[in-house]
Design a protein around this ligand. Structure first.
Ligand SMILES: Nc1ncnc2c1ncn2[C@@H]1O[C@H](COP(=O)(O)OP(=O)(O)O)[C@@H](O)[C@H]1O
Ligand SMILES: [Mg+2]
Length: 236
């Protein structure tokens, strides 16, 4: 079986800093895959490279049968990769509705309206706040907006970079419940998280990234049960 996403021996540098030192992994259709790792491990670099925002030094990325290794970001969105970036990055001076419509820039206007309505059913809170400036939303609401904006592109693969960062536990649980619902609609998910426990409970499989290299991989329940992973990432 061919994978939805396949990454082969990916190397990414910032000048002479080697952020990714030969990463190989795959994600199958309808899977949820978690990437765990400490601060500075290279998680965001991986996500930004998959989205076409960073060009790798070497290696190969194949998505849905296309070589996307050096493809531009907007073509990658059109192929079906949507990203909710670290730190949310909503447009603070635009309304919730305007932020969502901007997410749909690759699609015809009529379809954008339909997609926004779909996002409002997933996040009723965003519908209530649709006219409000995004900069005035709470952190949790901004995270919902960032995820919603990625969903407006109707992605086959949703990339989530630290959706729980800086949010209260109750909000985190709420967001993870929504991610379960999104997964149940058939969207494949690649999630990067420092909250390893929440991510592994959602995921089918996981990989652990340690300063630019993968150190562990396996079914999520095996990683959850591993004493080594527990000691390093699960606060045991
Ligand atoms: N724009 C950048 N310029 C130079 N170095 C960077 C840049 N972004 C990240 N790095 C470095 O690359 C490494 C990986 O960072 P990052 O991908 O942000 O890790 P993570 O998301 O796992 O915290 C770190 O050493 C970081 O300092
Ligand atoms: Mg990061």
């Amino acid at each position: 079986m061919t994978h939805l996403l396949e990454i082969e021996d990916l190397h990414v540098n910032y000048g002479h800093i080697q952020a990714l030192k030969g990463i190989s992994l795959h994600v199958d259709e309808r899977e949820v895959v978690a990437i765990l790792g400490a601060n500075g491990a290279g998680k965001t670099t991986l996500m930004r490279t998959l989205s076409g925002l960073i060009t790798p030094r070497s290696g190969k990325i194949t998505f849905a049968g296309h070589d996307t290794t050096r493809m531009g970001a907007d073509r990658i969105v059109r192929l079906g990769i949507g990203q909710s970036p670290e730190g949310r990055r909503v447009f603070g001076t635009l309304s919730v509705a305007e932020n969502l419509r901007m997410g749909g820039f690759t699609r015809p206007p009529a379809e954008i309206t339909e997609s926004c309505d779909h996002v409002y059913t997933i996040f009723p809170r965003l519908y209530e706040r649709r006219a409000q400036l995004a900069g005035t939303l709470s952190g949790g609401e901004q995270q919902m907006l960032a995820i919603g904006r990625a969903l407006v592109t109707k992605p086959k693969l949703l990339l989530l970079d630290e959706p729980s960062l800086g949010l209260a536990p109750i909000i985190v649980r709420n967001i993870f419940q929504v991610l379960r619902d999104v997964r149940d609609t058939g969207v494949t998910v690649l999630i990067v998280e420092q909250n390893a426990r929440m991510a592994l409970k959602l995921a089918d499989r996981g990989y652990v990234l340690e300063v630019g290299r993968l150190s562990h991989e396996g079914p999520a329940r095996e990683l959850l049960a591993s004493p080594e992973i527990q000691a390093a990432y699960l606060g045991h």
